[in-house]
Design a protein around this ligand. Structure first.
Ligand SMILES: *[C@@H]1O[C@H](CO)[C@@H](O)[C@H](O)[C@H]1NC(C)=O
Ligand SMILES: *[C@@H]1O[C@H](CO)[C@@H](O)[C@H](O)[C@H]1NC(C)=O
Ligand SMILES: [Ca+2]
Length: 312
């Protein structure tokens, strides 16, 4: 303090002893005052803006995320193998979480549905036809669509289905809704999808529900040989693994576990209810609405069979 005062005095003395000094000092003062005034104005403006933001937040209870986007919950370094583990760890909000299934080489984002007892890993959603499900092998392998929006349509990916369902004994649940607003469901025990090498072969056990057992075709034993999806390999238009002389995926415009061709095709084209077409290429669950009615919404998900649900 003292030294700086002294050196300033020295400077001022030098300046004063020069002849041009007065106007120079005046200019300095003016500049200083101008800067101070500017600083005050900026401070006032910042304070006002801060107040305005706070008022807005209070008024509208502003969420920190865009409306209707699923919240991503970061659970840090702890690794979970599926949504059931996340639920059991105390995270009971539906949304997007990071998991690392045993065989998976990387972590992966999944949508966890914590309703209906909680712990469901969702792998398919249809709601409005906004996404095309008429896609090739590579797209179905890695997954596609919009997992983030509240009703976004997506496919989690066949590799992920294999990594997840090969970890243990899982129960599949399929929720369906028609255009009259009626809801039906089907569950299957022992749901599993094999590896890509084994063409993502589908296996499932016993059915319960009120939508009918379209996956196994057991509703009508005579049609089972061509309509059952049990043990079927996955097909896309560019990889035909069905049991039909032609190409079901190409004709029905979906990737699916086709036989010759199907009694369920939940990846079909999005029509609105009854439809007519060259083939039964809608979103079909035969045992509920037949081949010529395309459903309004679908959700496919699974959780461990021994999961203890936290039912409300
Ligand atoms: C957002 O979600 C609410 C309630 O779920 C719904 O009423 C509203 O229509 C949705 N808005 C958009 C833009 O999807
Ligand atoms: C599925 O693919 C496997 C080879 O990975 C083959 O052995 C099996 O016969 C196929 N199943 C059907 C129903 O085509
Ligand atoms: Ca074929």
């Amino acid at each position: 303090m003292e030294t700086s005062k002294m050196s300033w005095s020295l400077v001022i003395w030098i300046i004063l002893s020069l002849d041009t000094t007065h106007s120079f000092l005046d200019e300095c003062k003016q500049e200083r005052d101008r800067l101070r005034a500017q600083l005050r104005r900026m401070e006032t403006r910042a304070v006002r803006q801060q107040e305005m933001i706070q008022r807005l937040m209070k008024l509208r209870q502003l969420p920190q995320l865009p409306a209707n986007k699923s919240i991503f919950t970061d659970l840090g370094d702890k690794q979970f193998a599926d949504c059931a583990q996340i639920f059991s760890h105390g995270n009971t909000d539906s949304g997007i979480y990071m998991i690392k299934p045993l065989r998976s080489p990387t972590q992966t984002r999944v949508y966890c549905d914590m309703t209906e007892g909680g712990g469901w890993t969702v792998f398919q959603r249809r709601s409005d036809g906004s996404q095309s499900f008429d896609r090739d092998w590579k797209d179905y392998k890695t997954g596609f669509g919009d997992m983030k929006s509240a009703n976004g349509e997506f496919w989690l990916g066949n590799d992920n289905l294999y990594y997840l369902t090969s970890q243990g004994d899982y129960t599949l649940r399929i929720n369906l809704e028609d255009f009259e607003g009626t809801h039906r469901f089907a569950t299957y025990k022992k749901f599993s999808i094999d590896s890509e090498e084994n063409q993502y072969q589908l296996k499932f056990g016993g059915y319960t529900g009120n939508a009918g057992d379209s996956l196994s075709g057991s509703y009508h034993p005579e049609v089972q040989w061509w309509a059952s999806h049990q043990g079927m390999n996955f097909s896309t238009w560019d990889k035909d693994h069905d049991r039909y002389e032609r190409n079901c995926a190409l004709e029905d415009k979906a990737g699916w576990w086709f036989n010759r061709c199907h009694s369920a095709n939940l990846n079909g084209l999005y029509y609105k209810g009854p439809y007519s077409a060259v083939t039964d290429d809608g979103i079909v669950w035969y045992t509920w609405h037949g081949w010529w009615y395309s459903l309004k919404s679908v959700e496919m998900k699974f959780r461990p069979s021994d999961f203890e649900p936290n039912d409300v």
